[in-house]
Design a protein. Structure first.
Length: 258
């Protein structure tokens, strides 16, 4: 959502809050939203009060608030309206210079999930999910980042990721006990107030536990041992018999000479 000029800031943020509540009722999850407020002047005291209040209310619903100040703006005011000072973009050269900050705004305000691995797992086994994307460190507090698993569209389990990087999350996942279960992954940057969805569904499949493989390997080893015995046994017996014969022959010769 892009809000232009301070005269409309209050009513526009109120409209966002209404839309956010409706979307929450429709889909069950509040989708992550971004407010970018643009002003080209200093806010009067009463307007600043209402703008800050509505921005705080929007944050309580899970929105991220950015401010763009053009030329004659009060940076302190915008820092208090935005999520932080880092969420304020100054444009000191007037509206003609706005084009130069658009890429910076998009890069900093865009949080997205690009890939989720794995997409299938063995039923009943523990596993971890690798989430790849952009902007995961843009959270106001990385300790509030959550991975949420919606299981069979009935049960939701949320966990804190083990690793949080700007382009990477490592999330411990709940055990899916039965074959055919499905889990959709969502990521929250604000401890569950709003969520970023992914298009990947994690499904469970039936996997062997390794017992059959171990038995098969044992049988193969036993067969190999029997084959080796069958191969070397005749050779072993022939050598022993030959030695025994030579021993008797030698003894007879010695006794004859005596």
């Amino acid at each position: 959502m892009f809000v232009y000029h301070y005269y409309y800031l209050n009513s526009s943020v109120e409209a966002f809050r209404s839309e956010s509540k409706v979307s929450c009722l429709l889909i069950g999850y509040r989708t992550a939203s971004v407010i970018i407020a643009l002003t080209d002047g200093e806010l009067h005291e009463d307007l600043f009060y209402y703008a800050e209040r509505e921005a705080n209310r929007s944050r309580s619903l899970g929105a991220s608030v950015y401010c763009v100040g053009v030329k004659d703006f009060n940076e302190t005011q915008l820092a208090m309206i935005a999520d932080s000072k880092d969420h304020v973009f100054p444009v000191n050269d007037g509206f003609e210079a706005l084009q130069g900050v658009i890429d910076s705004i998009l890069k900093k305000s865009c949080i997205e999930i690009l890939a989720v691995e794995p997409s299938s797992i063995c039923a009943g086994e523990t596993f971890q999910v690798v989430v790849r994307g952009n902007g995961f460190l843009h959270a106001r507090n990385v300790h509030k980042v959550l991975c949420s698993f919606r299981i069979n569209d009935t049960l939701t389990k949320s966990v804190k990721p083990l690793i949080v990087e700007d382009t990477y999350l490592l999330c411990p996942a709940p055990i899916l006990q039965e074959e055919g279960m499905a889990a959709n992954l969502y990521v929250s940057m604000n401890e569950g107030l709003s969520f970023i969805s992914s298009s990947v569904t994690i499904t469970t499949v039936s996997c062997s536990d390794g017992t059959i493989l171990a038995i098969a390997l044992l049988i193969l080893m036993m067969l190999l041992v029997f084959m080796l015995l069958w191969w070397f046994w005749p050779l072993c017996c022939t050598v022993v018999s030959h030695i025994h014969y030579l021993s008797h022959s030698h003894s007879w010769t010695v006794s004859y000479k005596l």
